[in-house]
Ligand binder design. Structure first.
Ligand SMILES: [Zn+2]
Length: 456
């Protein structure tokens, strides 16, 4: 089912490349056929996603599609009208719906997990679209929404912008004073890599210009706490076709990537391939990162060291002036997905250089924070030494007693410890409000990072 769904969604997405908002409903349901039941999948697009799109236009565009490129589509076949109506009331009028019949009469737990994972990966870069999956079979009921709480819009050169789901799922709980944590991330444009198409892939029919644009998203956001130390612990890489549909991850290329990355230059102890984290292998490639071994004092300060994850979204862009028919665009994108591994292997040097460059920029901030922390530590030591020298050398018993009372300690040793902890806490947890950050109070706000909630 996943491959059929991927192809149908690709066709819908290619017909509306500038989609900005709306809803996407995927319903798996049963249809009576003869004396038995058949399992169907319907994709319904609603709202502002398809401003100029209609089912009639879509039918016309899809008539010349070769068999095999798309599953056998059933027109005018709809699932439970109440379900569609409920979705439409929330996310705008129905602009089109496509139904295809599935081979099996039920959807296996494994298949369900694949579809969930695929829709999740899709929604990560199509966050202005509200995605919902409903399984409505006689023995199987399931419902899940893929909805971004915080969105970050990023302009991509020579292609429509991407609206990323910037919601941070793991915000640190510890916070001493200061303001609220930023609950999202801020997408940053990374390197653009021109990709040459190998001859054997050209022989299969893929021509034209191809490039990959990297976009980086670091979470949780630590911009409002500039004095806290950070540690990059995980990198995930996600690939998207020009339609912004997830592409199956090129595993061989990425398994060998760590051996081509210059870890010493980046200050990394190791970068290890961890495989795919999602069951459908939707380009969700994960590496674990180990920084150089922390010193003993850094170990003691673990509570002030915050782990961050980096998501690298790779947007493929393809153009071919000799390609005019929609069927050609669709088949080209399918070819691109099938041969991504060969294409990356053919451009290994350029792709590795782009990753090295973007990792360097990300880790530069982390290394700068580490240096700043060392400066604060020596400043705190100096202040503590001076303060204790004043207290110890004072001949005023009242002054010394007042110092002990204020710090709630009994002797000068405890005063030194308590004062040292207070100074470290005050400097480390310094809070600097950032107007771009998603604070807790903005959760229900109207617009985030320049992106409004979708039009209903
Ligand atoms: Zn932020």
């Amino acid at each position: 089912m996943l491959e059929e769904l991927r192809q149908v969604l690709r066709a819908v997405a290619l017909l509306a490349p500038k989609r900005q908002s709306g809803g996407l409903l995927v319903v798996v349901w049963s249809q009576a056929e003869g004396h038995g039941q058949k399992c169907c999948c319907t994709v319904v697009a609603t709202g502002g996603w398809h401003k100029k799109m209609s089912e009639k236009n879509l039918q016309a565009a899809l008539t010349d599609i070769n068999e095999g490129l798309l599953p056998n589509l059933l027109w005018s076949v709809m699932p439970d009208p109440e379900e569609v109506s409920r979705f439409s009331n929330l996310y705008g009028p129905v602009k089109l719906s496509l139904t295809f019949q599935m081979k099996d009469v039920r959807i296996s737990p494994e298949c369900q997990a694949h579809v969930e994972s695929f829709l999740h990966t899709f929604s990560l870069v199509n966050a202005a679209i509200e995605v919902q999956l409903i399984i409505n079979l006689s023995l199987q009921k399931f419902r899940k929404s893929f909805r971004a709480k915080f969105r970050s819009k990023v302009s991509l050169p020579d292609q429509p912008p991407a609206v990323l789901d910037a919601t941070c799922v793991a915000i640190p709980h510890v916070c001493v004073g200061g303001g609220p944590w930023c609950a999202g991330g801020h997408a940053v444009l990374g390197s653009k890599v021109p990709l040459s198409i190998p001859l054997e892939v050209m022989d299969r029919g893929l021509f034209g210009e191809l490039n990959a644009q990297l976009v980086l998203l670091l979470t949780p956001c630590m911009r409002q706490f500039p004095n806290l130390q950070t540690n990059l612990c995980q990198i995930q890489v996600l690939f998207y076709a020009p339609s912004k549909i997830p592409v199956i991850g090129p595993s061989h290329f990425f398994q060998s990537l760590p051996s081509h990355i210059d870890g010493q230059e980046l200050g990394l102890h190791s970068l290890q391939w961890s495989g795919f984290t999602d069951p459908s292998n939707c380009g969700n490639i994960v590496f674990t990162v180990e920084s150089e071994h922390p010193s003993e004092s850094e170990e003691r300060e673990r509570c002030l060291l915050f782990e961050q994850n980096l998501s690298v979204f790779v947007f493929l862009r393809h153009s071919d002036p000799f390609m005019s028919h929609f069927s050609e665009v669709l088949s080209t994108e399918t070819l691109l997905g099938h041969h991504l591994e060969d294409i990356l292997q053919n451009n290994r040097q350029a792709v590795v250089a782009a990753f090295q460059n973007d990792l360097r920029s990300t880790l530069k901030l982390q290394n700068q924070r580490r240096k700043n922390h060392q400066k604060f530590k020596s400043g705190v030591r100096m202040m503590l030494k001076s303060t204790m020298s004043i207290v110890r050398s004072s001949c005023s018993v009242d002054f010394r007693r007042a110092c002990f009372t204020r710090m709630m300690v009994n002797n000068s040793h405890d005063l030194s410890t308590s004062l040292g902890e207070s100074l470290t806490r005050v400097t480390s947890w310094k809070f600097v409000r950032n107007s771009r950050c998603f604070s807790a109070r903005e959760e229900d706000g109207p617009g985030l990072n320049g992106v409004s909630r979708p039009a209903m």
